[in-house]
Structures are given as C-alpha cells and as structure tokens.
Design a protein. Structure first.
Lengths: 98, 130
C-alpha cells in the first residue's frame, strides 16, 4: 500500500494490529448490548461502540493516508453524543422535545 | 485517484510518536472494554468506560494529528480530541442520572465518600430541577 517507512514497516504493522484489536473489542461490546440487564447498560455499551468506531475511523485514516476519514471520526463522535443524550432524556422525561 | 489525495508516510520520529500513541490508545480501549464486560453494575461500567475509552480514542486521534501534521487535515483530529473530552463526561453523567431516576439499585454496601454511615437510597428524589 504505502512505501515502507524508516521504522522498517513497523508503523503499518502496529496500525493494522490496532485496527484488528479495535474491531474485535467492538464485537465484544456487542455482547453487552445484547445481554445487558437494563436499558442504561445497553446505552452505555452503544456509547462505547460509538467511541470505538471513532478510533477505528482515525486508524483507517492513517492506514489509507486519507485525511477524509478524520471527518468521519468527528461526525461519528457528534452523532454518538447526540444519541446518548437523546436516549437519556427519553428515559428520564418520557419525551425528547417538549 | 486515491494516490494523489493520500498523505505521504511520515519520517522516523513522527512514526515513533504515532506508534507509541496508538499502542497507548489500544491499551486504554482494551481496559475500557474489559471493564464494560466484567463489572457488575451500570454505574461501575460507566466508571470503566467513560474514562478509559475516552482516553483510548483520544490517544488514537492524537496519533492521527501527529501523522497528518499540525495544521490543515490534522487539525480535525485535534478537534475530535477536544470534542471527546467535552462530551464523554457529559454523556456519562446523563446516563447515570437517568439510571438513578429509573431506580436501578446500587451495589449493596455502597456508602457516600466521607459519610461512612449513610448508604445512598436507590429511588430518585426527583425534586431537583434541570
């Protein structure tokens, strides 16, 4: 993909390994989404999935060398925060927009 | 087409910084996920995830900032770090307050810090205004 860097390709290996680790961790968080006993457990797990996908987008931006994916990370962080606040408000108040 | 858009791979010093930040970030993501899967309570899980996962994602975004350079494209990674630090505590606070208003029990034997005799009552008082 990219030429080997001065570190002898260690950068590419570390980036790919971190990408695989983040993907496996995100799948593991899915267990808590499915079997979380209460609704806030599921909301917390979905929030963690959103944060992990931000990390995955930043890692892929570095692997591909495309700064475009940093926009993806930023927008995903914004959407994850809005969805978390929305669900917390829906659980507490019963409606979202008064 | 993607070749002319792609950023050139960085030099050795920047590569070393990127590797270190990515390793630290992956460690924090791992710790946060283990905490989410193994801790017993929604409050304990929030304690694990809202700090460790934020640090992990922010560290990886800092690595992207080091990779893409201090200005222009890399600045978006820095904005992501700032945004994560602002919103993750807010979201965690709102989820825990919603959980307490729903009446989810605390762990047995939990006391307020500094007041060893008082245990927090699970049902929310509901008297505080937003």
């Amino acid at each position: 993909m990219t030429e080997p860097t001065a570190l002898g390709g260690a950068l590419a290996i570390v980036l790919q390994g971190a990408l695989v680790l983040s993907a496996v961790l995100t799948l593991g968080v899915g267990y808590r989404v499915i079997t979380g006993p209460t609704t806030p457990d599921r909301v917390v797990a979905l929030d963690v999935i959103g944060t992990n996908v931000v990390a995955i987008a930043a890692l892929y931006a570095m692997i591909a060398g495309l700064g475009l994916f940093l926009d993806v990370a930023l927008v995903l962080a914004i959407i994850g925060f809005i969805s978390t606040v929305t669900v917390a408000r829906y659980v507490t108040e019963g409606d979202i927009i008064e | 087409m993607a070749g002319e858009l792609a950023t050139a791979p960085p030099g050795p010093l920047v590569s070393l910084a990127v590797v270190a930040l990515v390793v630290v970030g992956s460690f924090f993501l791992l710790v946060g996920t283990i905490g989410l899967l193994r801790l017993p309570n929604v409050y304990n899980r929030l304690h694990a995830t809202s700090k460790a996962t934020t640090l992990g994602a922010s560290s990886i975004a800092l690595a992207a900032w080091a990779y893409f350079g201090p200005g222009g494209t890399g600045l978006k990674a820095l904005v992501t770090v700032l945004f994560l630090f602002l919103t993750a505590p807010t979201g965690g606070h709102m989820i825990s307050r919603a959980a307490q208003r729903m009446g989810i029990e605390f762990e047995s034997g939990v006391t307020w810090p500094g007041r060893a005799g008082e245990t927090p009552d699970a049902p929310a008082d509901g008297s505080e205004s937003d």
